[in-house]
Design a protein. Sequence first.
Length: 331
Amino acid sequence: MNAPASPAAVAVAAPRSTPAWRSQLGTYLGLMAVLAGMVALFSTLSDYFWSVETFVTIANEIPALAVMAVGMTFVLIIAGIDLSVGSVMALAAATSAAAIVQWKWSVPAAALLALATGLICGTVTGAVSVAWRLPSFIVSLGMLEAVRGGAYVVTDSRTQYVGDAISWLSAPMLGGISVAFMIALALVVVAQLVLTRTVFGRCVVGIGTNEEAMRLAGVDPRPIRVIVFAVTGLLAGLAGLMQSARLEAADPNAGTGMELQVIAAVVIGGTSLMGGRGSVVNTAFGVLIIAVLEAGLAQVGASEPSKRIITGVVIVAAVIVDTLRQRRAAA
């Protein structure tokens, strides 16, 4: 039987958790300050930004990005990366649209097909990466191209119009907020609890921090890695449904380059590209920052090249600030 810890040991051990709490609180406050500053700036530059319509529009446009960013947070925490999420989203939307329009499936069956499509794509990416010990960057890059080709094949390279078949996902609820936004919000809460309050979440962080140590502790990281990629694919499939519901169509070109937005939102939220550190709540703030930045630049009349330059600068600045903050916290 272990002896109880001495008061001296408790006194020494207790302060060690304080920097982690301060660091997390500092991250939350920092992201909230950036978001508030951007809202204040664009409200000053545009007469129309500070309005209920603008914020409702932003909220209803981000669910697809948000749910994919939730999955990407877990992928980056295990020191992986998935470049195929945008293409998987397009393929999932294409298969559900084809099932409804061409094959005359019921809407629930078509929705399940979209989710299954995303799940299979994610599982293949994770399984190939783990089985052959290949960098997930390379595997997901190949999946990006293959899945995008699949989207063109399923749609015959044409936009498939689904009308209001799945419009309930984009239907407004309280204050004009869509069902999709509420689902995305619920997923953020659930994913954060899984990451911070479950054994699986601790294993994910442990794998990203020191995979060999986890292996020596008796935890096989391989199935956990595959599960993380599979869930990310599943969420990309859900994003495809959300996108189709909002646009009432499935475009085989949808989501092109969206994987970069997803990764940017996660990195802005403070998740380390080296693995071992991340927060789903912080990722949600990152999604909001990306969305507010895009909406604000559009309202002030910024050109497309200017938008890309400014967005890139903001992403790099966010990473630099987060790196400096982490170094200061570790000192």
